[in-house]
Write a protein that binds this ligand. Structure first.
Ligand code: NDP
Ligand code: 2IT
Length: 444
């Protein structure tokens, strides 16, 4: 049996009941196979893949807090510190009822390669909780965040592990978490990114992931002879990533006709009104049903369904495995040109393969959504310098990083005989730097 197959089999056996973690392991290891096969004996002796697939450290902890009725609630908290070969652990915190250890491990593993692709010195980690911020008062969210940080603080630090936001964790939560860290540690440091602008946050971090997705999409279309201007774009999600992906796509001359949330979706044939979307989601924290109050000509539908709308570009920005094989078939039948993953692993393995086989350009999340964490690393740099850069400075660095990622993934795919396969390209380009650093640092 080949070394890659052996390791996949052993990871599945040793991490039972974690399907999302198995999925990312299979995707990544399958696609770096050409690199491993070329040097199998060396990697096997070094147990490089066994070391890469086992987190350096993972913590699970109790998070007790008191709700507005005076009832004590208990949630699980997690932080998985996956790999620190190229820098301090870096990755978001997700607060969502679906969170469990397997989900955090999948996200932490993906983060290793994504962070490597940014070209910046950040390792891979992820954390979160099964706490659901939806429907909670500000006081309840604060109580939860303070309790979460009362354990997490001992595991993180500006040079150790720097968390940020993800699903369910935005500016409000980062503020409460930062306040509690500062209070416990009596230290004012850049221990979290995505902070408010008045306490060490970076301009353009809020916009960075969504903008980055579209900078990469623009470059990928360009090198394949297409133009973003005039394209019809279908987006899922209506959170941080989706909102700023809509905004940047529109600035680049495309028309975005859908967004969604966990209860339904909106079709606005005249183009999504991004200001209305921001008011509904960022200010009112409301449901998408409200959108038709702003735009009476738009349609609201319950459930899921955005991928049935004909488009040139499909950009899933909600959650993992939200685009299935049936969706992929519909997109191909509708002559979709490209799929760009805004979320982490939003397209199933089967759907990814189907899209690639049918000539749809496919940009994996590790490359396409790397602008968020890249800008987090720029926030860390600004915190170390004790300086703040202008919006234009951060945005222009972000844009260049996304253009470089696009070329690096395309070049790596070409080098290993899979031109146009950006899954292979992104995974190999991300892997090479991490493997090099791990080997140089000896057995650890
Ligand atoms: P938000 O919490 O801001 O928004 C998430 C959006 O996705 C909401 O519209 C939400 O709907 C929807 N959604 C979440 N879970 C589900 C679900 N199980 N089923 C259906 N819809 C769902 O999160 P982000 O925008 O920050 O994150 C979106 C994706 O992008 C995630 O995969 C995240 O890991 C990834 N990502 C985020 C980065 C960042 O900087 N924030 C960086 C890189 C990747 P509802 O509100 O109804 O739950
Ligand atoms: O998935 C991701 O890259 C994020 N949620 C952002 C991580 C970060 O540290 O900014």
């Amino acid at each position: 049996m080949s070394y890659v197959d052996e390791v996949i089999e052993s990871v599945v056996k040793r991490n039972p009941g974690e399907p999302e973690f198995h999925q990312t392991i299979k995707e990544v290891l399958e696609s770096i196979r050409p690199v491993i096969d070329a040097n199998e004996e060396f990697y096997r002796k070094d147990a490089l893949l066994e070391r890469l697939t086992e987190a350096e450290r993972q913590v699970k902890f109790r998070v007790p807090w008191i709700d507005d009725k005076g009832q004590v609630q208990v949630n699980s908290g997690y932080r998985v510190q996956f790999n620190s070969a190229i820098g301090p652990y870096k990755g978001g915190l997700r607060f969502h009822p679906s969170v469990n250890l397997g989900i955090i491990k999948f996200l932490g593993f993906e983060q290793i390669f994504k962070n490597s692709l940014t070209g910046l010195p950040i390792g891979g980690g992820k954390g979160g909780s099964d706490f659901d911020p939806k429907g909670k008062s500000d006081r309840e969210v604060m109580a939860f965040c303070q309790s979460f940080m009362t354990e997490l603080y001992r595991h993180i630090g500006a040079d150790t592990d720097v968390p940020a936001g993800d699903i369910g964790v935005g500016g409000r939560e980062i503020g409460y978490l930062f306040g509690q860290y500062k209070r416990i540690r009596a230290s004012y440091e850049g221990v979290l990114t995505g902070k408010g602008l008045s306490f060490g946050g970076s301009l353009a971090r809020t916009e960075a992931t969504g903008y980055g997705v579209m900078y990469l999409a623009h470059e990928m279309l360009k090198i394949n002879g297409h133009d973003m201007a005039g394209k019809t774009v279908v987006i899922s999600g209506s959170g941080n990533v989706a909102i700023y992906a809509v905004q940047k796509a529109q600035q680049l001359g495309a028309k975005v006709v859908t967004v969604s949330d966990s209860t339904g979706w909106v079709y606005d044939p005249e183009g999504i009104d991004v200001e209305a979307l921001k008011e509904i989601k960022e200010i009112n924290r409301a449901r998408l049903t409200e959108y038709i109050n702003y735009r009476p000509n738009a349609e609201y539908h319950e459930g899921r369904g955005v991928w049935q709308i004909p488009c040139d570009l499909a950009v899933p920005c909600a959650t993992q495995n939200e685009m299935t094989i049936e969706d992929a078939k519909q997109l191909v039948a509708n002559k979709c040109t490209a799929v760009v993953e805004g979320a982490n692993m939003p397209v199933t393995l089967e759907a990814t393969e189907y899209l690639q086989k049918n000539g749809v350009l496919f940009a994996p999340g590790k490359a396409a959504n790397a602008g968020g964490v890249a800008t987090s690393a720029l926030e860390m740099t600004q915190n170390s310098e004790r300086l703040n850069w202008t919006f234009e400075e951060v945005d222009s660095r972000l844009k260049q990083i996304m253009i470089d990622i696009c070329h690096n993934m395309a070049d790596a795919a070409e080098r290993y005989g899979a031109p146009g396969n950006y899954v292979v390209g992104a995974n190999i380009a991300g892997f090479e730097k991490v493997a090099d650093a791990m080997i140089a640092q000896g057995i650890c």
